[in-house]
Design a protein around this ligand. Structure first.
Ligand SMILES: [Zn+2]
Length: 252
């Protein structure tokens, strides 16, 4: 399976999200134990402090296992250097997508400074994965509006609406051609509805592994096991865990 939402440890920030400083070897050990063949790895420090250094460290982390880990970097969208950093990240650093966290990074998806950044990601056939599910700045409707301004950019709702906004996440995914939905931290009853009603090629899965106080990532293992209780078909499972994420990781 491909886990489309994991994080590096926190090297520079101290937050409520924890982040034991595990190494790449340890992380791949966790992936093996949970049956995860490949993982999209997002920054942890960059959620709070989106600096070029956070992209450097992320790139270094995933480069240890290039066939197992795919890095998505981040940028401070209001900085004048943001477009150049987006170019550096997908060029020199070899990162394959952009992660944004409008809530923690403090901006709105409607801000026009996002447009040239999105154009960079589109030009390399990359993916934009956004945190979602927490108003005011991270609703599926706001993220869908950005996706509609950039119809060639593939945009992923990183959390399938979480607890409060999964219905909106589902509707926006149904109605926005280039919007995809990652079930990650979405409650199980919502995951079941999403899988019954969303276009089957648009649903992917993530554990959020890495935001943990234990290198063993126990809660992420529990999220993988949870899938067994969703009552889905083998075809749905294969699409969500293999075919759909694989397609998104191939350049568009
Ligand atoms: Zn996350």
């Amino acid at each position: 399976m491909i886990d489309f939402h994991t994080h590096t440890p926190a090297w520079e920030t101290a937050t409520w999200l924890g982040g034991t400083p595990f190494g790449a070897d340890e992380f791949v050990g966790f992936m093996d134990s949970a049956g995860i063949e490949r993982a999209v790895v997002l920054s942890h420090d960059g959620l709070f402090d989106p600096t070029p250094e956070s992209n450097d460290r992320l790139s270094e982390f995933v480069r240890a296992y290039p066939d197992r880990m795919i890095g998505f970097g981040t940028v401070a969208v209001r900085r004048k250097t943001a477009v150049a950093e987006a170019e550096r990240m997908v060029g020199e650093l070899g990162l394959r997508g952009l992660k944004l966290h409008p809530w923690l990074q403090g901006f709105s998806m409607h801000e026009r400074s996002l447009d040239p950044i999105c154009e960079v990601i589109t030009s390399v056939g990359g993916v934009l994965l956004s945190h979602d599910g927490t108003p005011p700045y991270s609703t599926a409707g706001q993220i869908a509006a950005l996706a509609r301004r950039h119809p060639k950019l593939r945009v992923v709702l990183g959390h399938g609406g979480l607890h409060d906004l999964w219905r909106e996440a589902l509707v926006m995914t149904q109605e926005t051609e280039n919007l995809y939905l990652c079930i990650c931290g979405t409650p199980p009853y919502a995951a079941r509805h999403i899988l019954q009603e969303a276009p089957p090629h648009k649903v992917i899965f993530g554990t959020d592994a890495g935001l943990s106080d234990k290198a063993s990532q126990d809660y992420a293992v529990a999220r993988v096991k949870e899938i067994d209780g969703w009552g889905i078909t083998d075809a749905q499972r294969h699409a969500m865990l293999v075919d759909n994420p694989q397609r998104l990781l191939e350049p568009a």
